[in-house]
Design a binder for this molecule. Structure first.
Ligand code: IPM
Ligand code: MG
Length: 381
């Protein structure tokens, strides 16, 4: 843990808990620390107190659990949790209950981080790096709003039982209640209002009872809460197809936990690489302080195939930190500066391997982080 000296009497100190996790999570987290150091070096009215702890496989190795009670306590004390990535082949055989992902799921559930914002923005410089044609993705700016604390991820029963005939039977349960759907749809309406005013809701009401409830509650909530927003219902499979056919028809897409997991990976590829997509997971505002618990993480995983080689793209992680500044620290101008710095570095032709194009400059994690930090520095100087 480290603390930066206070420079100004009216300084606001933001408490951050950095959980790098496993694989490339560790490497890209270092670049976020670099950005924090850079903001510090520039002074100003904001300072950060950063705690670092283990999560995922790293925590299993050290403590036998994917997240310790001590880390949960630190998380509960922090203004924002900045999360890297968890998992890897090393932990493939640990029991399901203590697997690395359990640490992330516990943080989401314990802090009721139900609203997961996954913006997919195609930086102009990367339109060519997408697997879709340039004209389909150039200027793309959509937001997948994924419900994060219910549905198939947490529903009970969730089990594998051996039947009398010796055959195994596996069950996952998709459960949603009215209030769970209502609160996420309201967030969707609020976000749509701040953007183009258009909201899609993706579900499978033609096959799933939970889908029927999603449809009915969405329609009712929209009518009561945000009739000014343009609402379209879309079957989740059609949504997956339409995202590839013509992604720019969408603005905000609200959907459940499992569809949101899948659709957000799909949306990520439109931006050029999974290494570009940040996310914010927000809880309900505390009735006393008005503040929401929040966790920020790149959408990509721990990428064991490239970890430890300094090749990972730190942009999704740095952009996740920018989201933390915007939503948890009331520092939107600094968030803008970071996002502009990312765009500039891309404009200047720097590319990590995942977004490399011929004729441009291939860099590693650290070089990319340093270049972004330098742009931030010159923008704020
Ligand atoms: C994500 C990830 C996680 C999920 C995994 C790591 C548990 O894929 O955040 O999208 O499935 O939610
Ligand atoms: Mg996922």
């Amino acid at each position: 843990a480290y603390k930066h000296a206070t420079r100004e009497p009216n300084m606001t100190t933001h408490k951050l808990l950095l959980l790098p996790g496993d694989g490339i999570g560790v490497e890209i987290s270092r670049e976020v620390e670099r950005v924090i150091e850079t903001l510090h070096g520039l002074g100003g009215a904001n300072s950060f107190e950063v705690e670092i702890d283990l999560v995922g496989g790293a925590a299993i190795d050290a403590h036998g659990v994917a997240v310790t009670e001590e880390a949960i306590a630190k998380a509960s004390d922090a203004d924002a949790i900045i999360f890297g990535a968890v998992g890897g082949p090393k932990w493939d055989n640990v029991p399901y209950e203590i697997r690395p992902e359990a640490g992330l799921l516990r943080l989401r559930k314990d802090f009721d981080l139900f609203a997961n914002l996954r913006p997919a923005i195609c930086y102009p410089a990367l339109a060519e790096a997408s697997s879709l044609k340039r004209e389909l993705v150039e200027g793309l700016d959509i937001l997948i709003l994924r419900e994060l604390t219910g549905g198939t991820y947490f529903g009970e029963p969730k089990e594998i039982v051996t039947q009398e005939n010796g055959e195994k039977r596996a069950v996952d349960t998709t459960v949603y209640t009215t209030s769970e759907i209502e609160r996420i749809v309201k967030v969707g309406c609020d976000l749509a209002r701040k953007r183009s005013g258009k909201l899609h809701m993706a579900a499978k009401w033609n096959v799933m009872k939970s889908g029927v409830l999603w449809r009915d509650v969405t329609v009712a909530t929209h009518e009561k809460y945000a009739p000014d927003v343009e609402l379209e219902l879309i079957l989740a499979d059609n949504c997956a197809m339409q995202l590839i056919r013509n992604p720019k028809q969408f603005d905000v897409i609200v959907t459940d936990n499992l569809f949101g997991d899948v659709l957000s990976d799909e949306a990520a590829m439109m931006t050029g690489s999974l290494g570009m997509l940040p996310s914010a997971s927000l809880g309900a505002p505390d009735p006393k302080t008005g503040k929401s618990k929040a966790l920020y993480e790149p959408v990509h995983g721990s990428a064991p195939d490239i970890s430890g080689q300094g090749l990972a793209n730190p942009i999704a992680m740095i952009a996740s930190f920018a989201m933390a500044l915007r939503y948890s620290c009331d520092m939107s101008s600094e968030a803008d500066i970071i996002e502009t710095a990312i765009a500039k570095v891309l404009d200047n032709g720097l590319r990590t391997a995942d977004i490399m194009q011929s004729g441009l400059t291939k860099v590693g994690t650290e070089q990319m982080g340093k270049a972004i930090a330098a742009e931030i520095q010159s923008a704020m100087a």
